[in-house]
Design a protein around this ligand. Structure first.
Ligand SMILES: [Zn+2]
Length: 245
């Protein structure tokens, strides 16, 4: 880690920038319905957006009708026609829910498998009871790490298993984020090198990765209640004997 002091960490906490897809929507809308523009016009008008043509494609599921030469023979390759403006994300309208959920069954299963059927935010396993909310069992779904409204896509790397509770919290996030300095203190307070290494791996991957501990827990949670108690008792005696971490 190259975090030297809280001052440097604070500098990372920049004001929120305008999402790429919103910049693209702003430009495309400025052309006006019925207006034409080229791929070069697009790139020139949103110079700081990488892959602006891809971001523009992401507008289509939000009701933006943008024709190209494949569907309109009047257009040259590289030329576009704005037929209809969709959801005005450029004017602060929220991204429709249907766009967020556009993930196929096989992809869903693949992400769930990769994430060990556990919420990548709070760690709760599918169907398990919340440790801090008795009587409520976790329902998992697939969520976006970078929200669609911020230009996030449906690639595997941007998706993760999330429980409904965490998903709701991040969607209506009214809670203030913690102070970066506090988080740094919490991170450095982790005593064992193993814990730090595990956390660092999660940070580098941008999500909680399933390590051998997680996997052992997943396998254990599939046992019957009696078997779970037996295995837990055996581990308990080992932990008490060798407690050092
Ligand atoms: Zn969760």
């Amino acid at each position: 880690m190259i975090l030297r002091g809280t001052g440097e960490v604070m500098a990372m906490d920049e004001p929120r920038r305008k999402p790429s897809i919103v910049k693209v929507a702003e430009y495309v809308a400025s052309v006006g319905e019925g207006g034409r523009f080229t791929k070069l016009d697009l790139f020139a008008n949103v110079p700081d957006v990488a892959q602006a043509d891809r971001r523009m494609r992401d507008l289509r599921p939000m009701g933006w009708k943008i024709d190209n030469y494949k569907v309109n023979s009047d257009l040259k390759p590289d030329e576009y026609l704005l037929v209809e403006i969709g959801t005005r994300i450029d004017q602060g309208e929220p991204v429709p829910k249907t766009v967020r959920k556009n993930i196929t069954g096989p992809k869903r299963r693949r992400i769930m498998e990769r994430d060990g059927h556990a919420c990548q935010v709070c760690g709760v396993h599918a169907g398990a009871e919340y440790w801090d909310e008795a009587g409520r069992n976790a329902v998992l779904s697939i969520g976006h790490i970078i929200p669609v409204s911020d230009g996030g896509n449906n690639d595997d790397e941007n998706l993760r298993a999330e429980c409904q509770r965490c998903n709701d919290e991040s969607r209506n996030n009214t809670k203030r984020p913690p102070a970066p300095g506090e988080v740094l203190i919490q991170v450095t307070a982790l005593k064992s090198r193993d814990k730090k290494k595990r956390l660092y791996a999660w940070m580098a991957a941008g999500r909680r990765t399933v390590d051998d501990v997680d996997d052992a827990f997943i396998q254990w949670s599939r046992l019957s209640r009696m078997d779970r108690l037996n295995v837990m008792a055996k581990l308990g005696s080992q932990v008490i004997k060798t407690d050092g971490s």
